[in-house]
Design a protein around this ligand. Structure first.
Ligand code: FCB
Length: 453
């Protein structure tokens, strides 16, 4: 196996998906509290008001991480806990929770990896226009500064944004996620740009506080593009679909819309041709600030599409074979997903890549023997990690893998229908049960992947 000696193994969660305690200790509603409280927005009208009750059960959850021997844990902070008015007064009680959590992780020998924004915007800022309003950048700076001030002595791994493609696209274009809007492209372009500017400003704040001691990343997502064969023409065709504008997906799902500005300081020319006219006036002046040097590119990948080169070399999508394996959420199981996406990113940007999310949902339950048998997740993980190993063997600089998720949780508009965890959660009793896949992943961690064969 090619996993380097210091490869980082971990599992990931996000605040709204696990914490519950939605109105405790001074927290105000986030856009997800408001969205999920509206009838018809989530599966069975379920909300994250209680979720995994992690806000109260964090000690038990750290003990489970310890049992799984996880070296690293990726979580996010809820902005409305820290700054209940979105900006201004800091709520120390909200920060106390994360401070206790970080202490508990460090005591257990688990490295905290902190995401600043995993979608739970304070509703009061949404009311001002959310990411459309450039004033949000200043609010995000205040929020970042408050988190760093309190936790920055103990946390050194930071991620600014999780999946802008989703909170912009699913949230404000398709309306399937919070805040549930259908905005036109002229407004979406402003959101994209404001998120990027906020990323750059947060990076400056982090760097000023922690210098080289801090490792700072940005976490986009997309679908992997998988060449049908190892023929260089197919590889080039897949790379083109991965990075270039193509009518097969909306513009905000083109990963380079976010990653080229962050890692190269420019919007890609083909995308600029489509949205350039809609960007805020003077956007060019922001590019240097957006592209401050950061330490890694995170990537969340779950599935992929197969691509081949046509006779003219142009990409052609290979038709889907009927009945191909799918997870419960109906995402295709494509073994080479982690072989190609991370490699393409590594080649284009020359920064270390960390897989910050990957996993699958299935309909797990506690069996009569009291255990949770989830052989499909083990097989999925095994296949995907073999793909990742291949990318590393091929020369891509990939430095870590975080499984999504540590435990079953509130899967956004799919709510509790989908189970992504290495740990099963019975939401009626909040009882946790480590799944077979959790123990299997522990072996991967213990052997640094040598058990993958
Ligand atoms: C990603 C999200 C994460 C989780 C997984 C399944 O898009 O970042 O919160 O919902 O999908």
């Amino acid at each position: 196996m090619a996993f380097p000696k210091n490869f980082i193994w971990g599992a990931a969660t996000a605040s709204y998906q696990i914490e519950g305690a939605w109105d405790e200790d001074g927290k105000t509603p986030s856009i997800w509290d408001v969205f999920s409280a509206q009838p018809g927005k989530t599966y069975n009208d379920e909300t994250g008001q209680v979720a995994c009750d992690h806000y109260h059960r964090w000690r038990e959850d750290i003990a489970l991480m310890k049992e799984l021997e996880l070296p690293a844990y990726r979580f996010s902070v809820a902005w409305p806990r820290v700054l209940p008015a979105g900006r201004g007064a800091v709520n120390e009680k909200g920060l106390d929770f994360y401070s206790r959590l970080v202490d508990g992780l460090l005591e257990a020998g688990i490295e905290p990896w902190l995401t600043l924004y995993h979608w739970d915007l304070p509703q009061c800022l949404q009311r001002e226009g959310g990411w459309m309003n450039p004033a949000i950048v200043g609010a995000f700076e205040e929020y970042t500064a408050a988190v760093v001030k309190r936790l920055g002595d103990r946390v050194s791994r930071w991620m600014t944004f999780n999946e802008p493609q989703c909170f912009v696209g699913l949230g404000t274009v398709d309306g399937r996620q919070a805040p549930g809007y259908h905005l036109p492209q002229c407004d979406v372009a402003h959101e994209v740009h404001n998120v990027l500017v906020a990323h750059g400003r947060a990076t400056d704040i982090l760097r000023a506080a922690g210098g080289d001691r801090y490792s700072i990343g940005f976490v986009p997502t997309t679908q992997s593009m998988i060449p049908m064969t190892d023929d260089p023409r197919d590889i080039e065709a897949a790379r083109r679909v991965f990075f270039n504008y193509t009518p097969i997906r909306p513009i905000h799902w083109t990963i380079s819309l976010f990653t080229d500005p962050v890692f190269k300081g420019e919007y890609p020319a083909d995308l600029l041709g489509v949205i350039g006219k809609d960007l805020p006036a003077g956007w060019e002046r922001d590019m240097a600030g957006i592209s401050r040097k950061i330490d890694f590119c995170g990537i969340n990948l779950y599935s992929g599409r197969n691509i081949r080169a046509g006779d003219d070399g142009m990409p052609v999508q290979v038709p889907q074979v009927p009945g191909i394996p799918q997870t419960a959420i109906k995402w295709n199981v494509e073994q080479e997903t982690l072989r190609w996406g991370p490699r393409f990113l590594s080649e284009r940007y020359g920064v270390p890549i960390i897989v910050t999310e990957n996993g699958m949902s299935s309909h797990d339950w506690v069996h009569l023997d009291g255990k949770v048998h989830d052989p499909a997740r083990i097989d999925f993980l095994h296949r995907y990690l073999l793909g990742l190993d291949r990318a590393i063997a091929d020369g891509a600089d990939i430095q870590g893998y975080f499984h999504w998720s540590l435990m079953d949780n509130f899967e956004w508009s799919e709510a509790y229908k989908e189970r992504f965890g290495l740990i099963h959660v019975d939401y009626a009793t909040q009882k946790r049960t480590i799944k077979d896949s959790g123990y299997w992943f522990r072996e991967v961690v213990r052997t640094n992947g040598a058990n993958l064969g």
